[in-house]
Design a protein around this ligand. Structure first.
Ligand SMILES: [Mg+2]
Length: 298
C-alpha cells in the first residue's frame, strides 16, 4: 500500500509533467484538449518525455538515496550538472529551465553558495514542482519533512511563498501517503503550520470556492499549488484530475507535476492510467528511483 503510494507520487509527478509539456506556454483552451500522451510542444519532445520538473526531482531523489540525508551541496551540484551538461535530462541537454532556477544556478557558478535562491526573485513554482522526493524520503518524520521541504526550496527559490508552498504540499503528500481520506488530507486548521497568509489561505480552502476561470496556471508557486489542489478536489480519480490540471494551459507541465505528486500519493500507482505509464520516457529508471526512495526512507 505505502509502496504503491511512493510509486504513484514519484511517477505521478512525471506523468503530469509529460502530459502537460506539449502544451506548455499555450493560452488556456487555445489547443486541442489533452487526453493522452502526445509529442511536440515548445521543445519538440517525443511522446512521454518529461521536462525540468522531473529532471530536478530526480536530482533530489538520487542525492537523498546516495547520501542517505539532505545534502544541499550534493543537490545543487546535481542541479548544476543538469543545467550545464544535461544530467538526467530526457534529451541529454537542459532545454526547459525557469528564470528563477537559472538565476540561482548562475549565482552558484559565481559564488559557490549552496543556498543560491534570492528573496528578491519572483515567487515562482520551480521548487514546488520538484518536491516529491522530500516527503517520500522523510515520510517517517513530519517535522523533517516540513523543514527540508523549505530547505529544498531555498537552494534556488528563497521567497517565503515558495518555501511555504513547498511546506504546504509536503504536509498534504505526507497525509496522502499515510492513507487518510481526501477530506482529512485537505483539512487544514488555521495556524497548524507557520505559513505566510497567501499560502495559508489556499490550505484553508480558497480553491474550493473558485471556478475554472478563477484558477491561474501562470507559474507562481502559490497559484500553482492552488491549481493543483483545485484539480485534486474537483475529481475522484488520478486521470481525470491530471487532465483537468494540464488543460488549464500556460505552465501546464508544472501544474500537472504538482497535482501528480499529491494525487499519485493519494490514489497509488494503480490509480494512474496504464496507457500514461507505458508511454512515460525511461519509466524503468523512474520506478527504480521510486523503489529506492521507499527502501531508504527515514
Ligand atoms: Mg517543465
Amino acid at each position: 500500500m505505502l509502496k504503491s503510494k511512493f510509486f504513484g507520487s514519484f511517477l505521478g509527478l512525471a506523468v503530469g509533467d509529460a502530459l502537460g509539456a506539449p502544451i506548455e506556454f499555450e493560452v488556456r483552451d487555445s489547443y486541442k484538449e489533452v487526453i493522452e500522451m502526445r509529442e511536440g510542444g515548445p521543445f519538440n519532445l517525443k511522446i512521454g518525455q518529461w521536462t525540468d520538473d522531473t529532471s530536478l526531482a530526480l536530482c533530489i531523489a538520487m542525492s537523498l538515496i546516495e547520501k542517505r540525508n539532505f545534502d544541499p551541496e550534493d543537490i545543487i551540484h546535481r542541479f548544476h550538472q543538469w543545467f550545464r551538461v544535461g544530467y538526467l535530462s530526457c534529451t541529454g541537454h537542459c532545454f526547459d529551465i525557469g528564470n528563477t532556477t537559472k538565476a540561482a544556478l548562475l549565482r552558484y557558478e559565481e559564488k559557490g553558495e549552496l543556498y543560491s535562491g534570492s528573496e528578491a526573485d519572483p515567487a515562482t513554482n520551480g521548487s514546488i514542482m520538484r518536491l516529491a522526493p522530500i516527503p517520500l524520503f522523510f515520510h517517517r518524520n513530519l517535522d523533517q519533512t516540513l523543514f527540508f521541504a523549505g530547505e529544498s526550496s531555498r537552494i534556488t527559490h528563497a521567497p517565503i511563498e515558495c518555501m511555504d508552498a513547498c511546506k504546504a504540499l509536503a504536509l498534504l503528500i505526507h497525509r496522502a501517503l499515510s492513507g487518510s481520506p481526501k477530506e482529512t488530507v485537505l483539512n487544514y486548521i488555521k495556524g497548524e503550520l507557520d505559513l505566510c497568509n497567501e499560502i495559508e489561505e489556499i490550505l484553508l480552502g480558497s480553491y474550493k470556492r473558485k471556478s475554472r476561470a478563477e484558477i491561474s496556471a501562470k507559474g507562481l508557486a502559490s497559484t500553482c499549488l492552488e491549481a493543483a489542489l483545485w484539480s485534486f478536489d474537483q475529481t475522484d480519480n488520478f486521470n481525470d484530475g491530471v487532465l483537468l490540471a494540464v488543460n488549464l494551459g500556460e505552465d501546464s507541465d508544472t501544474t500537472g507535476a504538482v497535482y501528480g505528486q499529491l494525487a499519485g500519493a493519494f490514489y497509488g500507482i494503480e490509480g494512474i492510467s496504464p496507457d500514461f505509464l507505458e508511454k512515460l520516457w525511461n519509466r524503468e529508471m523512474l520506478e527504480s528511483v521510486a523503489l529506492d526512495l521507499y527502501k531508504h526512507r527515514i
